[in-house]
Design a protein around this ligand. Structure first.
Ligand SMILES: Nc1ncnc2c1ncn2[C@@H]1O[C@H](COP(=O)(O)OP(=O)(O)OP(=O)(O)O)[C@@H](O)[C@H]1O
Length: 548
């Protein structure tokens, strides 16, 4: 775009001067110098006036309204006015401005001047303003560059006030690219001069011909130098020479415009081919073509390209609309699918909720019946317990069993036991009684072949009564060696089968307690004592002295 934009810059002043030279009417050196001085003064006054308006007459007290070169230089030398103006246009551009107030009213030193100016130049360069050297504010510096910079700042400020849209470019700072030069004005002497002027190397720079005189610029003040130049050229001409001179000038201008438009058309075509956005080029091209009535053919070419471009744009926008429509349709379809999915999910959720509610109700009923059954179970258990203990009572709270010990190895096997019949035993005693027999009744009589298990089986029900809160006492009675220890504890080399009543009763007790642990909690304690010769001894004392 920068390349294209540069093509629209046409220096009419250069063309006019060329025409003047051809007619041998070149301005005299004196006139030119005078004009340049006048122009420089006008630009300086414009810059000074704008600075005073921007920073205020009070703040800009060092700057007269129409200053001389020296006054202008001295007024701006400390950099305060420049920094203030830049900060007004672009707030915060210069962060630090050293003023006389900031150094306790003392006069600013040359270094402090330099700091302000340097800060201004750095900020101006960032914005893209045409800069000057700090030395230009010293004696012998280039005053015109300072003026140019201030006017660029003014232009920048105006651009910002108008909204600041688009890319700001100061005409005086434009430097056409190499490609732009070759495309536009290969063999045109006036245009080369125009370019050199834009680069600030031509003698016209000081007079203001540094790009501000472009035909496509709407600012009337910028075309003033061109008008003045034409007036200066025509002022010393005889009336009969003027038409010829004008005709020659116009012819030259027409040539230049033709060349310019040709290059421009080529560039537009290239831009279209590359697919770049060249709307701006087209609009400018149209303006230029309409301004030159002799170029009907060019105008047609440009119009064709412009309409072609419009058509392309229309087609592109149509494609975009079509694509957007298809995307919209796709999204609508997705939305419908999502809605259907949502409905299905919602129905599923409702079904699950209903099922969950039903299950919960069933569970509640089960729980209730279980609680009911549990309370019934406890009642039944209690009843069962009572009945059980009643049975034990009916069986007899005191039960007496008789166990016959077998003969030990080596003993004479002549038994005195006559007959054993369940609870009755007959003992043969020849010396006592008529027939030498005596009968005894017990709850049960265990013969010599009875096992430990059979003996315990009859005692076992009493263990449950212990856990139901009844007191139970089991003891063995008999003469020495009759088998009391064997029955209650077991033999010396004891096995599971030969365990006596004590071990089996305790085992049974722990088993029952384990079974009922969900319902009852039992505390079980053991005490072991010996009563011998009416002496009671604690057998579980481990200090060696069995306490009485
Ligand atoms: N039913 C039995 N079967 C086999 N052997 C037995 C039986 N009863 C007792 N004995 C044996 O008889 C012997 C004496 O038994 P035990 O020591 O139990 O008698 P005790 O009544 O405890 O004697 P003490 O009053 O002197 O302690 C032991 O050797 C024992 O093993």
């Amino acid at each position: 775009m920068a390349e294209a934009a540069s093509l629209f810059s046409l220096s009419a002043a250069a063309v006019v001067e060329d025409v003047l030279r051809e007619h041998g009417c070149r301005l005299s050196d004196r006139d030119l110098a005078s004009r340049r001085t006048g122009e420089a003064a006008a630009r300086r006054n414009e810059a000074a006036g704008w600075l005073r308006r921007t920073v205020g007459a009070v703040a800009g007290r060092d700057l007269p309204e129409e200053p001389s070169e020296e006054e202008f230089r001295l007024g701006l030398r400390n950099g305060q006015i420049l920094c203030s103006a830049l900060n007004r246009v672009h707030p915060g551009a210069v962060q630090k401005v050293v003023t006389a107030d900031s150094v306790d009213g003392a006069a600013l030193s040359a270094f402090q001047y330099f700091e302000n100016v340097r800060n201004f130049l750095v900020a101006a360069q960032e914005i893209g303003l045409p800069c000057f050297e700090a030395s230009d504010l010293e004696q012998g510096g280039k005053n015109a560059r300072v003026v140019n910079c201030v006017l660029a700042l003014k232009s920048y400020g105006d651009w910002k006030q108008c909204g600041g849209t688009g890319l700001w470019k100061y005409g005086g700072n434009l430097k056409p690219s190499a490609s732009g030069k070759s495309l536009v004005r290969k063999n045109s002497e006036p245009f080369r001069r125009c370019q050199s002027m834009n680069e600030g190397e031509a003698p016209y720079e000081d007079a203001g011909f540094n790009g501000d005189a472009h035909l496509d610029c709407g600012d009337m003040s910028r075309s003033r130098p061109l008008k003045m130049l034409v007036s200066a050229v025509l002022s010393d001409k005889r009336p009969d020479e003027v038409p010829q001179l004008l005709e020659s000038m116009l012819g030259k201008l027409v040539d230049e415009f033709e060349n310019r438009l040709k290059s421009q058309n080529e560039l537009v075509k290239a831009a279209l081919k590359n697919g770049t956005d060249s709307t701006k080029c087209f609009s400018k091209s149209k303006v230029l073509v309409e301004a030159t009535p002799n170029f009907s053919e060019r105008k047609m070419d440009t119009s064709e390209i412009y309409s072609k471009h419009k058509q392309t744009k229309k087609e592109a926008s149509g494609k975009v609309a079509l694509k957007q429509h298809s995307i919209l349709q796709q999204q609508s379809k997705h939305l419908e699918d999502l809605k259907a999915n949502l409905q299905t999910t919602r129905a599923g959720m409702e079904f699950i909720q209903m099922k969950y509610s039903e299950d919960l109700n069933i569970l509640g009923r089960h729980l209730f019946s279980l609680a009911h059954a549990a309370s019934g179970y406890h009642k039944v258990l209690e009843e069962n317990r009572k009945l059980y203990n009643q049975v034990q009572d009916l069986k007899g709270s005191i039960r007496v069993y008789c166990r016959i010990r077998p003969f030990l190895p080596g003993q004479v096997s002549s038994s005195t036991v006559g007959c054993i019949d369940d609870g009755n035993i007959t003992i043969i005693t020849p010396k006592s009684g008529k027939d030498g027999r005596k009968s005894f009744s017990f709850n049960k009589v265990f013969g010599p072949s009875s096992t430990q298990d059979e003996v315990f089986l009859d005692t076992q029900p009493l263990i449950r009564s212990v856990l139901d809160g009844y007191n139970v006492c089991i003891f063995a009675y008999g003469q020495t060696g009759s088998g009391k220890t064997f029955t209650m504890s077991g033999p010396k080399n004891m096995t599971e089968q030969t365990q006596g009543v004590n071990y089996r009763a305790l085992g049974d007790l722990f088993n029952l307690a384990e079974k009922r642990k969900g319902t009852f909690v039992y505390d079980i304690a053991v005490q072991m004592i010996e009563i011998y010769n009416e002496q009671v001894r604690d057998l579980l004392i481990s200090d060696g002295l069995n306490k009485n």
